[in-house]
Every structure is written in C-alpha cells, then in structure tokens.
Design a protein around this ligand. Sequence first.
Ligand code: ATP
Length: 538
Amino acid sequence: MASMEKIVSLCKRRGFMFQSSEIYGGFGGFWDYGPLGVELKRNVKEAWWQDMISSHNELLLPEGAPATYEMVGLDSTIIMHPQVWKCSGHYDLFHDYMVDCRQSKKRYRFDQVRGRWVECKDQKIFVTTLADIEEEDAEVQRRALKFFKLRGKDADRLSYDGDFMTLDALDNMDQVLGPDANELGTLTEPREFNLMFKTTVGALSSEEDGAAYLRPETAQGIFVNFKNVLDSTRVRLPFGIAQVGKSFRNEITPRNFTFRSREFEQMEIEFFCPPDQSQQWYRYWRDRRVAWYKELGLSGDSIRMREHHAEELAHYSTGTADIEYAFPFLAEGEFGELEGVSHRGDFDLRSHMEGKLDPNTNPLTVELNEDGKPRHRGSGRDLSYRDEATNEKYIPHVVEPSAGADRATLAFLCEAYREDEAPDEKGKMQTRTLLKFHPRLAPLKAAVFPLVKKDGMPEVAKEIYGELKENLAVFYDEKGAVGRRYRRQDEVGTPYCITVDGQTMQDKTVTIRDRDSLEQWRVPMKEVSTEIQQRIRE
Ligand code: ATP
C-alpha cells in the first residue's frame, strides 16, 4: 500500500483535502474538503443513504435478514437540550485521558478502559487509569496484579480508583517499571478530559445556566425523536432511523490526517426491534455493513471485522463489532476503526425515559435506577412501544451501525491509490499514479477532450460535455498533450475519458478510454451518454 505522505500530498495537490484555515497556519484537527474532495465525500454519503435507505424495499426480505423492515431518515440539530447529554451518559463519562512525556513533550491520549502503550525516555510504558481493574482485559489484570505484588501489595483482587499504573514492556514480564513512571519523572500525571465542545446559548446566559454542547454523535438526536417518528409515520417495529451529519469531539491528539478530527461527519442508524429478535438483527447489520464497504471497493485483506471480547463490552451491550481498515499510517498488522456496530439493548431509550444514577457511585457502569432517584432525570415520557398484534408493551432494543463519513472517505482514498507502469504517447513505460475508485464514488465520472484545439473538435467535444453534464459530474479539458490530460484524470480517479479526434469529424464516433485497463474503443457520439451511465451503474 502507498505511503500516507504520497496520499496526503496528492490530496492537497489535486484539491481533495486542505488543512482548515491554512493561510493562518492551520488549525489542529480541522480539515476542509476541496472541489474534488467534496464530490468524493458526497458520493460516499449518497451511496450510504441510497443503499441503506432510499433503495431499501420494505416489502422484500433482504438476504440474511430475520424479517422485512422499514427505514426512514432524520436530520436533528447539532445543539440539543443539555439534559440529552446527561441522560445519554456523555456529560459524565465521555472522557479521554492524557499524559505528556516530559522529555519529548509528546502528548498521548488514552482510553479509560483500554489504556495504551506510550514511548518516553526510551521506555515503553503501559498507561491506564482503571476504576475497576476487574473489568479489564485478563492480560492487563494479570500484569496489574504482578505489578502490585512487586510493590508489596499482595492482592488477589484489585479495585483501585483513578490511580495511575505503569507497566513494563510486553515481552519482559519480570521486569516491572516502578514505582510509577511519573515518580520517575517520565510522564506527567494523567489528566481527565471531557471530549464535548461546550458553548453557551442565549445572549445573556452565563456559563452556568446557558451551557450547551455540540453533539459528539448524531445518535442521540435519533433516540430523542423516537416517539415523534413513531407518532408521525406509520412505521412499526422492526425499523431503522438513519441520520448523516456533523459531530464534534475535542480530541486530545487529533492526528493521522482526517482519521481523528475534531469536526467530522457520521452516518448512523438506530435500528429498533423486539428484544427477542435483537441478536439476529445485530448479526444482520454487522455483516451487511462489512459487505457494503467491500461492494464499494475495500478489499478483503485491508478490511476486517473485530468482535469485542466480553470484557470490552459496555455493561448494557451484548455485542459490539468494529469494522476496521488497515490504514497506511498504521503499523503492519494494525487496523483502525471505520465503523462500530453495537447491540445497545434498551439502554438509550430507557435512560431518556427514566434518567440516570449518579455516575460517581460506579463510573464505568452507570446503571439505570428503576426505584431510586436518578441524578439526571429523564424526560418522563413514555418511550415504550405497543405491539398491535399481541398488545404487548415493551421498550425496543437497539442495534446501532455507527460509521464515520470522513474515515470511510479516507479508507476509499487509501485503497484506491495505485502506482503502475503505463506507456506514454511514445510507447515508453512511465510510472502512473491513479485512484482506482469504484465508479459510484469517483468525484468525476468522465472527462471530455478534443484531441487538438482546432478543426471543429472543441465544438463537438463541448457538445458532448454539455449533454453528459446534465446527469453526471464531468470535466472538459483542451489544454496540453492528450497523454498528459489522461494522466491528470487517472490521478483523480476519473473512470472514463472521451476523446474527439479527426475520425469523429468524419464518422461521428469518439473514443472512450478506461482508466484501469487503458483499453480504448470507439462508440457513436450519440451513444456516449447512455454507455457511460450504464458502465457507472454496473
Ligand atoms: P475511536 O476509538 O477511534 O475514537 P470511537 O469508538 O470513539 O472511535 P464511535 O464513538 O463508535 O467512535 O463513533 C462512530 C464512528 O464515528 C467511528 O467508527 C468513526 O468512523 C467516527 N469517528 C469517531 N470519532 C471520530 C473522529 N475524531 N474523527 C473522525 N471520525 C470519527
């Protein structure tokens, strides 16, 4: 796979992505999409909407689905009532942690549950702040027990709250760095950090009473509208509500191009179903979503599905699978998350209905309080569902396929990037850069060239261009050698180039050139539009 530098450089050179506010030196974690990038990302979002919602036929049983189902869309606001985030758990729990290496000043973000390895002063250190080590992965637990033993705390069971732990490198379990890396002066204390961007609403509001948050996910807008959708449409369980839109997270270390940004777009589905069908729906959505990425070009080797271990699951979840891609900025064998598909039970609807306990009593597992007084009161609205056939009333279970539009766009870009050898006009082999996009995703579907800028060729080419442009994103180019024009289109992934030449002026046929096979063939001018549209749909 190509190096990330080459992809980033192509993106900037050809107008896919730019650093936000670049003329002011850029702004970390924010990216702008240029003229070709915006088309590519729109195509990704449109393919998702088309395949998941518009062309979904609720009368037919999709392959692998336990039943027929309906899909509807939604567009909720970015700023919502602050209570939404209290009941969703984000206000109390949407934290990351950070530590800085005192020597290199490098900042590392880590997840409360998973922890991470950091490198500082030539040491490889594992950092985590586990509220309850028993919840962790067995390997970490084993190391932690050993670590504490060596420090004179002979414990069989550990429960340590917000403490800081450092463990030595993977391979040498007998050698434990101690006492603490921060005591050794290696790392700073870990600091907790809520990832939600805060703002104030209303001209006179003070920080306290006007505080509101930019949504860190689109999903909650769907949960709080569940009842509205049920009451205003004729949808019945099982059904899904889909939404595409911006989300914001104040990421501590935005990096890897658009992979981890502070402003990004999500494509999320909340799929509501009867509890006894939820496992089947979970498996259906997990497999369906992996298949979608593959249909649009991600190859078998670069994409994988990783089921979470039981210990990694949130307490309300009975299954979560990450769909991951081997991004070129990752080390060999490593994968980065493209999409998470999770079984969320009735957790969200129930929280918005009944409220949440004080998370300080058990920070990792905020449980529903059915009898006591929740710290964050829910809406008090009845978010349950009555099955008309059985007259049974229950809170639906939810399966959530949650994808990132920017990460998907980046994965399609990385996968498409190729360098091959192709003959130039004189037949000499040259290195060619191409983006081998699936035609549905390609920002431009075709380019139209007059071979030379005379003999009536530009007029004919412009006529073809005009006709194609009514339905497709096409580009007209008459500048420079035709070989160079082909190369420029290969580099941005245009699947077809149409050339008007001397023969066109006699027999009204043009050549079509295929980006991948480099094959060229002639078709009558008046059939070009149909032929290109047909090929793009295939
Ligand atoms: P990560 O562990 O990488 O931070 P996450 O597990 O927090 O991701 P989710 O909360 O499951 O991510 O969000 C769903 C999807 O939204 C992710 O799979 C990803 O595609 C996208 N996403 C999340 N955070 C970002 C971000 N900072 N930049 C770009 N896309 C993101």
